[in-house]
Ligand binder design. Sequence first.
Ligand code: CA2
Length: 152
Amino acid sequence: MKALRILVLNGPNLNLLGTREPGHYGVQTLAAITQELISLADTLGVEITSHQSNHEGELVDFIQKAGNDSIDAIIINPAAYTHTSVALRDALLATRIPFVEVHLSNIHKREEFRHRSLLVDAAVGSVAGFGPVSYTMALRGITEHLRNKQGD
Ligand code: CA2
């Protein structure tokens, strides 16, 4: 059977991980988090591709491209765009690719403006508050979800 293909997208400022604000976002760099995901993907037998962008339009482009590249699922940490981006919501809905919203911090115990996500009601699920483990939980969760659906 063809390996599942999963796209991992990271939004603005996540390229700074491991350099500042360890209280909220931990000490691991994005490269280290991605490396851990690649090795878990290997264990699970799925393929992952990963991108980070500070630009909303570029993230929209990656999502649209995923629609043409037969990507099976998207794991996305939209960062600040979580709380503001109708464009990311529209792109995700347009491609109809199942996605998981991920956050390092627990957005619900932070400032009120972070409590609202413009994406989460369209997601298969969301994981927040576990630091880098949020990403590995998302990968395990969506892989199992897709495999259960393949068996339908
Ligand atoms: O907790 C998360 O993963 C967030 O998506 C991170 C976003 C924030 O706007 C969301 O509300 C929650 C911020 C990412 C900024 O990352 C930095 C990393 C290091 C230093 C400064 C910012």
